[in-house]
Design a protein around this ligand. Structure first.
Ligand SMILES: Cc1ncc(COP(=O)(O)O)c(C=O)c1O
Length: 403
């Protein structure tokens, strides 16, 4: 059964009208259920990437389906001229879970980062400190693709051809001395992913975030976290920063927050509540009741079903299996790493990672690449250990078939 009466032969030629900035294979996806997905031909896939760490509750979860249909039948959009019940409730639950005080809503991760960057600069500007605008960010980081977020993204490939952009100093991730040397009276903020996601699933080394906290405090700068990929329970705690025991002044969330609908959030501590006064920043769609209702359903399900606890135990189970995989294929696997349900298998430089990804897909497993050579697992938090095991077996098979 498929959800459309068209066939691939009719649909695929229509791709001539799509802007060709992605590399889609010749497949049309039509239906999903939990961690499974089907294409138009009826072929079933095991989805262990969840729309790049987005579909927190899996495909077609009843809590999300009802949240969408109930909200669409009552009130879908009013913009930010008025409060809505769902938006108010979402802000309250989100701030409680993240240990923050204020929430500003937007539509994507890159927009949440823009809000963080604007908040940082404007905070000091409001205090008459007009020269504090530089940001320290990290090599191999990814913060999004709008010009502001791109400036912070520490991978040349994403920035190529879009210059001139500036105002950010990039230093090696994990190198506290380099951060210290880069600090100065013009630094507004240190921006960091507690686990670099697109950079290849690289957790911050022990003590690094605590050192950043101290350096920011010593220099009167802000410490801001990008938890767009790591937040909302994926790593087994609500924020990945909770594993490291370090609190940021502000944090960006998106992806998993909406469970599939587009919503992002910038959360901050009370001391920053006046940094962006009315008129200084905003969004027509940000925090609309439809996306807020879905995000609220995601957070309530996360708590009710203890999905954070599940992410921890299933993540540990997966990590053990991936370590065994490395032992079995030492020639092809360089490393495995991750926390909770964000895990990576870094392939040796001699392996064509993109072709491995294609072979996995042919055998019915959907993963993504991170950092060029790493196969990234970012499944829904409702995934079963049987499904994770099935995925690991397919990777095992494909690695076994490499010459
Ligand atoms: C850590 C991080 N920050 C920001 C972004 C940008 O988010 P979006 O694609 O929703 O704009 C991403 C997306 O992958 C991300 O992983």
């Amino acid at each position: 059964m498929t959800a459309t009466d068209s066939n691939s032969a009719e649909l695929l030629p229509l791709s001539k009208n799509l802007y060709p900035n992605y590399r889609q294979p010749e497949l049309v996806m039509v239906r999903g259920d939990g961690a499974e997905m089907w294409d138009l031909s009826g072929k079933r896939y095991l989805d262990l990437y969840a729309g790049i760490a987005v579909n927190t509750l899996g495909h077609a979860h009843p809590a999300i389906v009802s949240a969408i249909s109930d909200q669409a039948a009552s009130l879908m959009h009013v913009s930010n001229y008025y409060y809505t019940d769902k938006n108010l409730q979402l802000a309250e639950v989100l701030c409680r879970l993240a240990g923050m005080s204020r929430a500003l809503f937007c539509n994507s991760g890159t927009e949440a980062i823009e809000a963080l960057l604007k908040l940082s600069r404007r905070h000091f500007w409001n205090q008459g400190d007009k020269n504090r605008h530089r940001v320290i960010a990290f090599e191999k980081s990814f913060h999004g693709r709008t010009l502001g977020a791109l400036t912070a993204t520490g991978q040349a490939g994403y920035r190529e051809g879009f210059g001139p952009i500036g105002g950010v100093t990039h230093v090696p991730f994990g190198d506290a001395d380099a951060v210290s040397a880069a600090m100065g009276p013009d630094v507004a903020a240190i921006l960091v992913e507690p686990i670099q996601g697109e950079g290849g699933v690289r957790p911050a080394p022990d003590g690094f975030l605590a050192t950043l906290r101290k350096l920011a405090d010593d220099h009167g700068a802000l410490l801001i976290f990008d938890e767009v990929q790591t937040g909302v329970g994926r790593t087994g705690s609500f924020l990945a920063a909770h594993h490291f025991g370090v609190k940021a002044d502000a944090v960006a969330l998106a992806k998993a927050l909406g469970g599939g609908v587009p919503i992002g959030a910038m959360l901050c501590q009370e001391k920053l509540a006046d940094a962006l006064p009315p008129g200084s920043h905003g969004s027509t769609f940000g925090g609309n009741p439809l996306c807020s209702a879905v995000a609220l359903a995601v957070l309530r399900t996360l708590e009710k079903d203890d999905l954070m606890g599940q992410a921890k135990t299933k993540g540990e189970w997966l990590a053990t299996k991936l370590t065994a995989l490395q032992k079995k294929h030492p020639k092809h696997v360089a490393a495995t790493r991750g926390i909770g349900l964000l895990q990576a298998v870094e392939l040796a430089d001699t392996v064509d990672a993109r072709s491995v990804l294609g072979s996995l897909r042919e055998k019915g497993l959907l993963l993504t690449l991170a950092g060029g050579q790493s196969l990234r697992f970012s499944p829904c938090l409702t995934v079963t250990t049987e499904q994770l095991g099935e995925g690991v077996d397919i990777v095992d098979q494909v690695l076994g078939e490499l010459s």
